[in-house]
Design a protein around this ligand. Structure first.
Ligand code: ATP
Ligand code: MG
Length: 364
C-alpha cells in the first residue's frame, strides 16, 4: 500500500491542504499540539477503523465547522485507487473509487495500516480493554464481517444487561433471559474462535520478533485468559459448551451485579516472558519489547494476508524507545511506507525520505 496523496478540508486543526508523501519514510515533525497526530489519524481512518485515539466522528471536524472531508489517492491491489470520507456532525459517508459504501469497514478491504502510538506502550500493564481492542482491531482489518459480529454482540449484551437491571421491578422477565443467553453464546463463541485463530498466528510471528529484540534470550508466550476456561486450541462447538456452562455459573452473580460476567467482553491476554507474567514481573523495557514484537507481527500478518505491505504509522514512539529498539523497528518495517511523527526530526538513513514540518496545523 502506498499513500500517494492526502487531502484534508476542515479536518481537526489542519489547514486545508494536499500532501504528496514519499514511498519510503515520511517524517512529520513540529512542536507539541501543532497537528502531527491529527495528520496520522487522517491516514489511519482510511484503514476502516475508528480513530486510534478513541475520538468520536463529530470530534474530527474543525471547531466551528459542521463538515469535514479527507481524500486519499493510494496504490493498492496493483492499481491506483481513491477513497473519500465525509463527516457531517456524527454522520459519515464513505466513497471508494467514487462508489458510496454503507460502512467504513469496507475501506479495510483495499487499504491497510498499522498504528503504533504512546497509548500502545501501556498495552501490557494497563487494563484488559486495551488488549481486547488491540486484538479485535487487528482482526477487523483482515475480516470485515468481524466488525459486524462485534457490534451484534455488544448490542445483545446491552439488552441482556438492561434486563438484569430491570429484573427486580419485573421478575417475570427472568423467563426471557435465556433468549439473550443463547444469542450471546452463539455470537461469543464465534468471536472467541476468531480471536484464538488470529492469536495462534500472531504468537508465532511475535515470538520471532521478540527473539530478535532480546538477542535470543527471551521466549514470548501469549495466553488467552477467559472467564469460561477456554483453551487456545478449542473448537467453536467446545467454546459454545464452555460458554453455556460459564453463563450458568455466573447467573447468580449476574443478577446480583446487574451485568454479564462471562463472555468475550470479559476475556483478556496474558504475556509471559520465559514463563513469567510480564504484566506483574516484566521490566518496562521488556514490556515495550513485547509491544514492539506484537506491532511488527501485526504488520507482518497484514502483509501476508494482502500480499502487500501495510502503511506503518509511528506516532511519537521513537522518542520513547531506546536506540537499539528504534533500529530494530525501522529495519523490520523496511519495505512499508512509513509515517513517523516527533518533536525532533529523527536521523533516518534512507534515500526515499520526505520531511514535513507542521506548525499551527499548516503542513509544509
Ligand atoms: P503532541 O506533540 O503533543 O503529540 P501533536 O502535534 O500531535 O502534539 P495533535 O494531537 O495533532 O498535536 O493536536 C493538535 C491540536 O489540534 C491540539 O491543540 C488540539 O486541541 C487541536 N484539535 C483537536 N481536535 C480539533 C478539532 N476538531 N478542531 C480544531 N482543533 C482541534
Ligand atoms: Mg501527537
Amino acid at each position: 500500500m502506498i499513500v500517494k496523496s492526502l487531502e484534508f478540508t476542515d479536518f481537526r486543526n489542519l489547514k486545508d491542504n494536499i500532501i504528496y508523501p514519499a514511498e519510503g519514510v515520511n517524517i512529520i515533525f513540529g512542536d507539541n499540539a501543532q497537528g502531527k497526530t491529527n495528520l496520522l489519524e487522517a491516514v489511519w481512518l482510511f484503514s476502516g477503523g475508528h480513530s486510534f485515539r478513541g475520538a468520536k466522528e463529530n470530534e474530527l471536524t474543525k471547531f466551528g465547522s459542521n463538515k469535514s472531508e479527507i481524500k486519499m489517492n493510494f496504490f493498492s491491489q496493483g492499481r491506483d485507487q481513491t477513497a473519500v470520507i465525509k463527516y457531517s456532525g456524527s454522520k459519515k459517508e464513505v466513497f471508494i473509487n467514487s462508489v458510496p459504501k454503507t460502512s467504513s469497514a469496507y475501506l479495510s478491504q483495499c487499504f491497510s495500516a498499522v498504528v503504533f502510538s504512546p497509548e500502545h506502550l501501556s498495552l501490557v500493564k494497563n487494563g484488559p480493554s486495551l488488549r481486547r481492542k488491540f486484538i479485535d482491531g487487528a482482526i477487523c482489518q483482515q475480516d470485515v464481517k468481524f466488525a459486524v459480529l462485534l457490534s451484534k454482540y455488544s448490542r445483545t449484551l446491552m439488552e441482556r444487561n438492561a434486563l438484569l437491571k430491570d429484573f427486580y421491578k419485573h421478575p417475570e422477565l427472568k423467563e426471557t433471559l435465556c433468549i439473550w443467553d443463547d444469542s450471546l453464546i452463539l455470537l461469543g463463541a464465534k468471536i472467541i474462535k476468531k480471536r484464538l485463530d488470529y492469536l495462534r498466528n500472531l504468537q508465532l510471528s511475535a515470538q520471532k520478533f521478540h527473539q530478535g529484540i532480546s538477542s535470543g534470550q527471551e521466549e514470548l508466550e501469549i495466553i488467552y485468559t477467559s472467564t469460561a476456561g477456554i483453551d487456545i486450541n478449542d473448537s467453536e462447538a467446545l467454546i459454545r459448551e464452555k460458554l453455556t456452562a460459564g453463563f450458568k455459573k455466573c447467573e447468580k452473580e449476574d443478577f446480583k451485579l446487574s451485568c454479564t460476567n462471562c463472555g468475550p467482553h470479559r476475556d483478556d491476554l496474558d504475556f509471559l516472558i520465559n514463563g513469567i507474567k510480564a504484566k506483574t514481573f516484566g521490566s518496562q523495557g521488556q514490556q515495550r519489547s513485547i509491544i514492539l514484537s506484537l506491532k511488527l507481527a501485526e504488520a507482518q500478518m497484514l502483509w501476508e494476508y494482502f500480499e502487500e505491505p501495510p502503511v506503518v504509522l509511528l506516532d511519537d514512539v521513537l522518542s520513547e524507545i531506546d536506540r537499539n529498539r528504534q533500529e530494530f523497528l525501522l529495519s523490520n518495517t523496511q519495505g512499508c511506507q512509513t509515517f513517523i511523527t516527533g518533536c525532533e526530526p529523527p536521523v533516518i538513513e534512507n534515500g526515499n525520505t520526505k520531511i514535513f514540518t507542521i506548525e499551527k496545523g499548516e503542513v509544509r
